[in-house]
Design a protein around this ligand. Structure first.
Ligand SMILES: *Cc1c(COP(=O)(O)O)cnc(C)c1O
Length: 428
């Protein structure tokens, strides 16, 4: 494929935007090469600046569960835009999307809308601290909760000690309040709680991890976390920015039948516009300003265009009783097809899948946490990524990302994808 125009656009972008991108993973640093500039998208396809077409498995990193430029969503945004794009006052549509979200998701009475998943998780943690009167939080290595300071933490020395900043600009003071645990390792969580008695406000996690590949919770892990939280007056925060409205109408809470205390949303809930949200039962949500003492605000929060896109998206998902089964069946088909050709071509691999989330790891061990995910062969992944791109299939440019299957993908698209994997495997 020819990427001439993309390369020229990237060179221009680099001179005015750091690294040429507004979010680092887009820069292709993990896979090498020049990022591709997309001009438009429709359904399951991306169209780039050089006229190349791709079957898309990034889907804006999750939001486009029904495919790109989905008509009801686009129409809702266009109609809303004609009436003014922001007022900074309450609008009716905020109540309508709140009502619908609350009716779809278990265990929440009230929801507050923000502008990104980062903001949702950051605010959820502040609320958990305010509600419990405690300061420390537990997060899991490899789980991503956006780029706010408390979450940019890596393991310190010794599993039970506090974390250290993993980005300059994050202070030691902030880092000491974030305790880092190992995903799917309940004994590790118990040790951390025991070493920090009555100091932990919340445990935050992706109930299905999606930012170190797709990693399902081991059987009993979520139940055990719930029990530990109950026994120690700790709030359980599910970051469902990726899994919310994707794994089921009610997200991972519904799929695994586990009750979280606070739930964070983003991605699908905004239908492709910048939206995040956090939600909980009344007792907790009433701690938020202006009812309660915990401050949180936003000039563009509940923006009419964003709410119109989100509402249209949730309405489509809510009225379609088979959508999640269809998505899961397609993902299973893709999994089995890819597995078959990787085996035929003698490629070492492990595939993880939950619902419409799937990841291919070039490793033969079970991928259950960050450490096991990091064993994947990155040289193979780089070749695989560029090979797939050349075959017209766009997967995320990092081995730690999940592929998203959408309603817009046909079985013919899936067959083409499997055939592309077969072709690329021969040169791995
Ligand atoms: C994408 C993501 C976020 C961050 O959301 P942004 O909208 O990028 O700020 C947080 N948590 C999870 C689980 C995510 O996948």
């Amino acid at each position: 494929m020819n990427y001439q125009r993309s390369s020229a656009l990237f060179a221009e972008a680099e001179s005015v935007i750091p690294g040429g991108v507004n979010s680092p993973v887009r820069a292709f640093k993990a896979v090498g090469g020049t990022p591709i500039f997309i001009e438009k998208a429709q359904g399951a396809y991306l169209y780039d600046a050089d006229g190349n077409t791709y079957i898309d498995y990034i889907n804006s990193w999750g939001p486009m569960i029904l495919g790109h430029a989905y008509k009801p969503v686009v129409d809702a945004v266009v109609e809303k835009a004609k009436k003014g794009t922001s007022f900074g006052t309450p609008t009716e549509i905020e109540t309508r999307i709140a009502e619908l979200a609350i009716s779809m998701v278990p265990n929440i009475d009230k929801i507050r809308f923000v502008n990104s998943g980062t903001e949702a998780c950051m605010s959820a943690v502040r609320l958990a601290r305010g509600f419990t009167g405690k300061e420390k939080i537990i997060k899991f290595a490899g789980c991503y909760h956006g780029h706010s300071d408390s979450f940019l933490i890596q393991a310190g020395s010794g599993a039970v000690t506090f974390g250290t900043p993993n980005s300059p600009g994050v202070t030691q003071g902030t880092a000491k309040d974030t305790l880092l645990a190992t995903y799917n390792d309940i004994e590790n969580v118990k040790d951390i709680i025991n070493a920090n008695r009555n100091e932990i406000a919340c445990i935050i996690l992706e109930p299905v991890a999606g930012n170190m590949g797709c990693i399902p919770p081991k059987s009993g892990f979520l139940e055990d976390l719930r029990a530990l939280c109950d026994a120690n007056d700790i709030l359980l925060v599910f970051d469902e920015v990726m899994t919310g409205f994707r794994l089921a109408k009610g997200g991972a809470q519904e799929r695994y039948n586990i009750k979280a205390d606070i739930v964070c949303f983003g991605k699908v809930i905004g239908g492709g516009l910048p939206v995040g949200a956090f939600a909980a039962r009344n007792e907790i949500m009433n701690y938020l300003a202006p009812v309660g003492p915990v401050y949180q605000a936003g000039t563009l929060s509940g923006n009419p265009l964003a709410m119109a896109a989100g509402l249209a998206m949730l309405e489509e998902l809510n009225k379609d009783s088979d959508i999640y089964d269809r998505l899961e069946n397609k993902t299973k088909y893709l999994h089995e097809g890819i597995q078959k050709v990787l085996i035929e071509n003698n490629i070492t691999h492990t595939i993880n899948r939950v619902g419409s989330m799937i990841s291919v790891h070039f490793s033969d061990i079970e991928i259950v946490d960050f450490q096991s995910s990091a064993t994947g062969n990155n040289e193979s992944f780089k070749k695989f990524f560029h090979g797939m791109l050349n075959e017209g299939v766009y997967i995320a440019p990092s081995a730690f990302e999940t592929w998203f299957v959408t309603e817009a993908l046909t079985y013919d698209d899936l067959d083409k994808t499997i055939e592309a994997v077969n072709t690329v495997s021969k040169s791995l």
